[in-house]
Design a protein around this ligand. Sequence first.
Ligand code: ZN
Length: 313
Amino acid sequence: MKGSIRLFRIFGISINIHVTFLLLLVLFLSGGIKWLVLMIGVFFFVTLHELCHSLVARRFGIQVREITLLPIGGVASMTSMPEKPIHEFFISIAGPLFNIAVVVVLYYPLKTLLGPEALFHRPFSTATWPLTIAYLYWINLILALFNLIPAFPMDGGRVLRALLAQRMSYQKATKIAVNLGHLFALGFAYFGIVGFNVILVIIAIFIYVAASNEELQVDLKETLKKFRVRDILSADFFTLNSDTTLAKVLELIFHSHQEDFPVLEGGEMVGFVTRREIISGIHSLGMQTLVKDVMSKDFPKVTDADLLIKAQK
Ligand code: ZN
């Protein structure tokens, strides 16, 4: 992701921090050493949350290149989308489940160690060290609950879509989760404006835009799925024979606006030549040069029956 710094690599995934996250760190540094520890703790739990998504994704054959930490949370960049809704379900639920596990597992140890007073009385304070640790503990509950909101772009939105997609089309399921995302964004914006809370308004804008983005991507994918390569290739597409001379080619392509020409040999595509390569071929090798001497054999292979979604890659 642009504007991010790589911190380290774990399980082959690079953990990056976005510069805006560093600004947040500087902002909280003024709060003293306890704030710093709190921020590093948040960083730690958010990273583990994203790693849980990533490791489950990998089990389903999806590679994760990097995890970037933003002030609003982490983002795991996956190389592809989950194929099956059930995969998306497990990948999405893994993150919040981790935070719930932390809350459950650390409950008794922390209650014994810090005492119930520090753990329950003032959960969001950094006045003392026990309170700071309790703060960090409760952040896990907040991370779990926030991410389980059943709306895009939260994990809960993906969980909801995965469940809905069992009963309806993927596109319709997306639409419902996106609309819920917009609804939550408007709710956050309302409370942000009424309570003069700028951060809440920023979160609202982020949720709204990210939800819309998800719908756009799914729509594009669905649209591409409907068309095949031959649907967008014009019928009067010039193809060249590998044994044709460039003099003949020049004559053929003179009145065409086509830029790239597939080269055929016995009906089979063997290469690819561009208008520019033809012109420079004539200049350097002469008019009697054959197409096969200037064509490039390294070309992306898609057949006209291939789905556009494949050709796009
Ligand atoms: Zn998550």
